[in-house]
Ligand binder design. Structure first.
Ligand SMILES: Nc1ncnc2c1ncn2[C@@H]1O[C@H](COP(=O)(O)OP(=O)(O)OP(=O)(O)O)[C@@H](O)[C@H]1O
Ligand SMILES: [Mg+2]
Length: 561
């Protein structure tokens, strides 16, 4: 099996990212269409309010003898009111789409994380993930609400305005079209090219800063003990400075773009005035029409200028989109099995299993952890596993959980290969206590109930007693309702382990896998736990990984790895 690692840095073209992101919008195309329609009509009305003003003034000068000033003003007022309503509808539709979509994308990202876990997430930088889940997805709001429809609106309104000006004189229409293209496409594309790398760099440094901040929080004790404050501070400062520099460059590019856009808009107005004036002089259009064309040109750059400003953020948005799409497209290393095959109640064993963890970017440097390893674990027994640190004990349990697939050889439950057993049933049928119990920021009761959501308080207490943690919990002022604090540092290592063991007892599966369950627990409490395990073993299979002789004492059989 090809063990490809997560490639979050895969680059795709700007168009590729946009198409990918638009692909997600299919169910909302109707509302998107409304947003664009409202935006187009609204922007055209804004332009024509100015143009009508010009017509009004020109009619005062006698250029439009058969147009009544009153009618012109009445139309202007109607346009102005409608403009407001249309703008509101446009914005409301855009935001509706954006938030619907963000919810969808979040859902997809979490679903994909669940698929990738744990095999593909083991090695990945947590900070990068956090920034994808938080700021990257958030930035996509900009894309959906403030990118797609502005582009469509700019294209449509420019087309309408070019046709409007062109219906007086074709040449003037072409001139207008060229100006729109320069402001709305040429400048943003040139600028976008120049800024794209910086946008990506910005996001990447941001991810690293996130990782560092998390490291600092989790490793605060170590940092204090080894007096690494200054070093850590320097590291953060380095990233902050890099961010600032990239940001500075981005801002500089932004202002250059703004200046060039404004200059082109100004020149376009002057050019239109000169050309239409010359044509009026030659008599191919009336002076009134020349004024209308000039005002129409000057007042219609709104939508394309908005596009121009948008390209600055677009770089960052596309970089974010790129990362989100990469994550969504990532294939899980181990696919869940959906089948009718139940977890059999029999012996469990491995036959000549070989396994190596995938190494990111250097597949040739894979280090063999297990080689032709076979073990037979009888049902109804406690099977101890001994071995020096790093020899692959935890890895073996993960292969039994099918968190990873073997490179060769078989993992069997009864006669069934683990790769044929329905993954959900497999995991339901196993209580697995990991080497490091993770505690959620929630009450102790809920932390134990992770193993069985619908457990009653009695069941939770029962499990806690077996894990020898009930007395400790009862001694807390709020008992089982005590909230575990952020980062889970509020309980001792032994208490944490015992909560993990309580989960396993509550889950009450036929197979119990215990990875160094009592390494931090004193002999008194360990005694209670081991006694509980002995009582459980009658119709269960218990695999016990441990260094300690006292723990191994209860094992019916011991395998040295
Ligand atoms: N996700 C991973 N990616 C790459 N290498 C890994 C991964 N997890 C573990 N390893 C490596 O595989 C080897 C076996 O790890 P494992 O956790 O199975 O050892 P262990 O026998 O449980 O050790 P200990 O007694 O210290 O818990 C170690 O060298 C470890 O560094
Ligand atoms: Mg281990």
């Amino acid at each position: 099996m090809d063990k490809k690692m997560v490639n979050i840095e895969k680059q795709r073209s700007a168009i590729g990212v946009m198409l990918g992101l638009i692909g997600m919008i299919k169910p909302l195309l109707g509302i998107m269409f409304i947003a664009i329609l409202m935006g187009c009509i609204g922007n055209l009305m804004a332009t024509f309010i100015t143009v009508l003003g010009g017509v009004g003034v020109s009619s005062l000068l006698g250029y439009f003898p058969n147009i009544s000033l009153k009618v012109v003003f009445a139309i202007i007022i109607v346009c102005a009111v409608l403009r407001g309503i249309l703008r509101y509808t446009e914005q409301a539709s855009n935001h509706y789409i954006a938030f619907k979509l963000l919810a969808r994308i979040r859902h997809q990202v979490f679903a994909s994380l669940r698929n990738l876990a744990p095999a593909k997430l083991d090695g990945r930088e947590k900070g990068n993930l956090i920034s994808i889940i938080t700021s990257d997805i958030e930035l996509l709001e900009v894309f959906y609400a403030h990118t797609i429809s502005p582009i469509a609106i700019a294209v449509i309104t420019s087309l309408v305005m070019s046709l409007f000006i062109g219906h007086y004189q074709a040449g003037l229409g072409i001139l207008a079209a060229v100006c729109y293209v320069i402001v709305g496409a040429v400048i943003p594309i040139i600028n976008g090219r120049a800024g794209q790398a910086y946008g990506q760099e910005y996001r990447s440094i941001y991810g690293k800063l996130n990782t560092t901040v998390l490291d600092n929080l989790y490793g605060l004790d170590e940092i204090l003990q080894y007096q690494k404050q200054q070093e850590r501070e320097k590291k953060m400062e380095g990233f902050t400075q890099q961010l600032e520099q990239v940001n500075h460059t981005l801002k500089k590019k932004e202002s250059i773009q703004r200046i060039s856009t404004d200059t082109v808009i100004l020149l376009a107005g002057i050019l239109m005035m000169v050309c239409s004036g010359a044509m009026a002089e030659r008599g191919s259009i009336t002076p009134g029409e020349a004024i209308v064309c000039t005002i129409a040109m000057m007042s219609s750059f709104g939508p394309v200028a908005a596009l121009s400003a948008l390209s600055n953020n677009l770089n960052q948005t596309l970089a974010s989109g790129n990362r989100v799409l990469n994550l969504l497209e990532e294939e899980p290393m181990v696919e869940d099995v959906h089948s009718e095959v139940e977890l059999p109640t029999g012996d469990m064993c491995t036959q000549q299993v070989s396994f190596a963890y995938p190494v990111e970017n250097h597949p040739s440097e894979k280090e063999q952890i297990l080689k032709d390893f076979s073990i037979h674990i009888k049902r109804g027994t406690i099977h101890g596993i001994l071995g020096k640190s790093g020899c692959g004990k935890s890895t073996l349990l993960k292969l039994f959980m099918r968190f990873y697939e073997t490179d060769s050889g078989k993992v069997l439950y009864g006669k069934e290969n683990v790769n044929d057993i329905d993954t959900k049933r497999l995991r339901d049928g196993i209580s697995y206590v990991t080497q490091e119990t993770f505690l959620f920021e929630d009450t102790i009761e809920n932390n134990i109930k992770v193993a069985k959501a619908d457990a009653t308080r009695e069941e939770v207490v029962e499990a806690a007693k077996k894990a020898s943690i009930h007395e400790f919990i009862s001694s807390l002022p709020q008992g089982y309702d005590t909230k575990l604090r952020e980062l889970g540092n509020s309980v001792s290592g032994g208490e944490r382990q015992r909560i993990g063991i309580a989960r396993a007892f509550l889950h009450d599966a036929d197979i119990i896998l215990l990875d160094e369950p009592t390494s931090n627990i004193d002999s008194l409490n360990e005694g209670i736990i081991l006694k509980s395990l002995l009582e459980e073993k009658k119709d269960k299979t218990i695999v016990l990984v441990s260094h300690r002789k006292s723990t191994m004492g209860i094992a019916d059989e011991v395998t040295q790895m």
